[in-house]
Write a protein that binds this ligand. Structure first.
Ligand SMILES: [Zn+2]
Length: 383
């Protein structure tokens, strides 16, 4: 029933969206929802399994969701980066860990580097993180401009959308979380978008990523840069074990590098066609929300793998992608210990312990479990 209301709301939003061209005009009232109760963040002593159980969303009344979700692109040019108005820091409470059945999905859109000076003491080292800068454009401004449009588009779909600065509300719990960044490179030829999930990738996070790859690529026509970095997956906002100011363990999350600010074509897209970028992001999120099974709480749980070692005396090759034709990024000996973060098609994605930043894919049957302690996620970074 409530799902039907939500479906109607989405179709209404699409109809309205088709009728108007301004992104701001798409903004419709957010569905009435109980104000979020302030929830105490669990202390680090709390058993993570207990926290996980408490944060799994309650079943929703129906899994039926609409499939038609495309938001039309509106191309309102943004003249200059300096034209972005100052936006006050929003006040956001962590969502209640158990949401009533009748609430619309909640989505957090984080503006990379925005108000990083206000980061809490536990993340003080990131207060000076200002992101990429090129041709007079600061990354945080570009991120904010796009993120604001994404939030408006999501609200037009009946989604509760929060605009979140660098500081994550403690234990932020939502149906999806997307951190928005722009890349920088010393090479002006580097271009394309990147998407990454947290190290421990839940099925829901992978689904969110796949939906965003498809929709972002379709809306923007930009190439995908497969070189997802160590920094992206170790993004500080994902690290619920280390930081109080992070997303909840069960919040499906991705970090997006929209393109390279240092590349003229990517920069023109992000600055002059910010709406097109925003449509790609919003469509990816809405596609995930429509496709997921809200009753599948297990999809939200990040996997926990045992530490692995190579089975063969000669060690194993580590591939850039989960296929035999991919580039070999490293070879490690039998004494190596590998931390597994994700499994796909019979391959494990691993990080080599003590191996600097070596990460890649190994066929599962070439590895054996060890009883070495579970890894601590790699250090938090700001991307
Ligand atoms: Zn960034």
């Amino acid at each position: 029933m409530l799902a039907q209301l939500f479906r109607k709301r989405i179709f209404l939003a699409i109809a309205l969206a088709l009728a108007v061209t301004s992104a701001l005009a798409l903004n419709q009232p957010v569905p009435a929802a109980a104000p979020p109760a302030a929830t105490a963040h669990p202390s680090s002593e709390v058993d993570l399994n207990v926290v996980a159980a408490a944060t799994v969303q309650p079943p929703k009344s129906s899994t039926a969701q609409p499939t038609s979700t495309t938001i039309p692109s509106t191309n309102t040019p943004l003249p200059t980066a300096t034209a972005i108005p100052a936006t006050p820091t929003p006040t956001i409470d962590a969502t209640p860990t158990t949401r009533p059945d009748n609430q619309a999905p909640r989505v957090g859109i984080q503006v990379g580097h925005w108000k990083s000076k206000e980061l809490p003491d536990e993340l003080a080292r990131l207060r000076t993180s200002s992101g990429a800068f090129a041709a007079g454009y600061a990354e945080a401004d570009v991120n904010l401009n796009v993120a604001t449009r994404v939030v408006d588009l999501l609200k037009s779909h009946g989604v509760q959308a929060d605009l979140i600065p660098a500081t994550i509300p403690p234990g932020y719990d939502a149906d999806a979380f997307v951190a928005i960044h722009a890349d920088g490179s010393s090479s002006t030829n580097s271009r394309g978008f990147k998407l990454a999930t947290p190290w421990r990738t839940s099925r829901a996070a992978q689904h969110l990523l796949d939906s965003m790859v498809a929709e972002y690529g379709k809306a923007t026509g930009m190439p995908q840069d497969d070189a997802v970095t160590f920094n992206m997956r170790g993004y500080y906002a994902f690290n619920y074990r280390r930081h109080e100011h992070s997303i909840a363990r069960t919040t499906p999350a991705v970090i997006l590098e929209m393109g390279f600010l240092t590349n003229a074509a990517d920069r023109a897209m992000m600055i002059d066609q910010a709406d097109r970028i925003a449509v790609g992001i919003a469509n990816g999120i809405v596609r995930y929300l429509n496709e997921r099974d809200p009753n599948d709480g297990a999809a939200l749980l990040p996997p926990e793998y045992k530490t692995q070692r190579p089975l063969a005396a000669e060690g194993v090759d580590i591939f850039a992608l989960p296929r035999n034709s991919a580039n070999i990024v490293a070879h490690v000996g039998p004494e190596s210990r590998l931390f597994v973060f994700q499994e796909r098609d019979g391959w494990y994605q691993v990080v080599v312990r003590g191996g600097g930043r070596i990460t890649g894919w190994v066929r599962r049957e070439l590895l054996a479990e060890t009883n070495d302690p579970l890894p601590t996620p790699p250090p938090a970074t700001d991307s």
